[in-house]
Design a protein around this ligand. Sequence first.
Ligand SMILES: *[C@@H]1O[C@H](CO)[C@@H](O)[C@H](O)[C@H]1NC(C)=O
Ligand SMILES: *[C@@H]1O[C@H](CO)[C@@H](O)[C@H](O)[C@H]1NC(C)=O
Length: 444
Amino acid sequence: MELLSCVLLWKLVLLQSPAFILSSGPAGTAAASSSVVSESVVKWPAGTQAVLNCQSPRMVWTQDRLHDRQRVIHWDLSGVPGSQGRRLVDMYSAGEQRVYEPRDNGRLLLSPSAFQDGNFSLLIRAVEEGDEGVYTCNLHHHYCHLYESLAVRLEVTDDPLLARAYWDGEKEVMVVARGMPALMTCVNREHLWTDRHLEEAQQVVHWDRQLPGVPHDRADRLLDLYASGERRAYGPSFLRDRVAVKADAFARGDFSLRIDALEQADEGIYSCHLHHHYCGLHERRVYHLQVTEPTFEPPAPASPGNGSGHNSAPGPDPTLVSRSRGHSVINVIVPENHSHFFQQLGYVLATLLLFILLLITVVLATRHRGGCEASDKKAGKSKGKDVNMMEFAVATRDQAPYRTEDIQLDYKNNILKERAELAHSPLPAKNVDLDKEFRKEYCK
Ligand SMILES: *[C@@H]1O[C@H](CO)[C@@H](O)[C@H](O)[C@H]1NC(C)=O
Ligand SMILES: *[C@@H]1O[C@H](CO)[C@@H](O)[C@H](O)[C@H]1NC(C)=O
């Protein structure tokens, strides 16, 4: 009984909630393309500002906060093959170069333009005895989660004639005469390491607009937004100046489009495309914008009541207008008659349910009393049994789901096992027990 009423109540709740209405709306069209995350019809009165939401936290561009330090080069030196290397010099793509040992200052050189030309080679001005060892050129791309490493072994000799370079099968080996410069070559000209703008172009947001009947692949581009901050506006001239996306869009992941002073000609299908090529994010949000008749103009009745007649004019409030405006932003997804119908249905079902519940409680209460009297006198036996059977039917129906659950639990512990065994015990015996217990408690 409780279960049943619970289910009915939930159905009612679902019917009333906007989420249900939303999913019952244009779900069919949304399923056609996997990249469409939402599609809805929105209506605003002419002259007002429309806001078409388009937000995704995954599109937040965080790299600029790091001052473009997402790429790092560092040169390490390890004297003995097994030992941990020590950091000699490193540099972020923002341009900061750090030399770790004071004695290496001005002795070890990295090209300041390394992240532009891809030449990460390390120059040692004058080689000393202590410079021998394995040098590693390490490139980290934090944003792309890439790491590349290149090793060069440096040997120092006293005889300039022995100076040479060769490949030992794993790495380059350089034999350099004492006091001579040594150039440890490390070049990587892949755009990933050198081109900053290409990386930012990985995150792109478009707003498109198409007139009804035009397929989305032939839509007109309204706006292009790049994570680098670059923006391009296209669109028809009458619309271009009235559309805007907030300046900090990539910082917040909020690319909602505002259209000021709506005109009838603005109607159409607007779509927001979010692309994060690196992360594989490709989402489209579609809005069918409808511009309705202009709403009640508040300035006309409000202007005489500006200062003096403030309390004398209780009529239309500007707050009322703004509230209804805000409301239209939230739910205008399904034709109104639809939701109206669901509401009506909900009310009817709710009253019906209440009535049924009331009826059942009344019937049960009266019958129990009758059953008790009958069994106490041990006269109307057959009548009493009828009632008991009914009760049992109700009781078992309630317990049925729990029993099957217990069996599925695979007897993980003994308590469950016992409970399951109890549940399996012959029904008639249980029936009698239940009845007796129930009556003892109820008729006291
Ligand atoms: C890399 O830069 C060094 C100077 O730092 C220069 O001597 C060398 O020729 C450059 N290598 C390449 C391949 O451009
Ligand atoms: C009422 O306010 C508007 C601006 O809100 C102003 O232009 C107008 O002069 C005011 N009228 C009076 C009667 O104060």
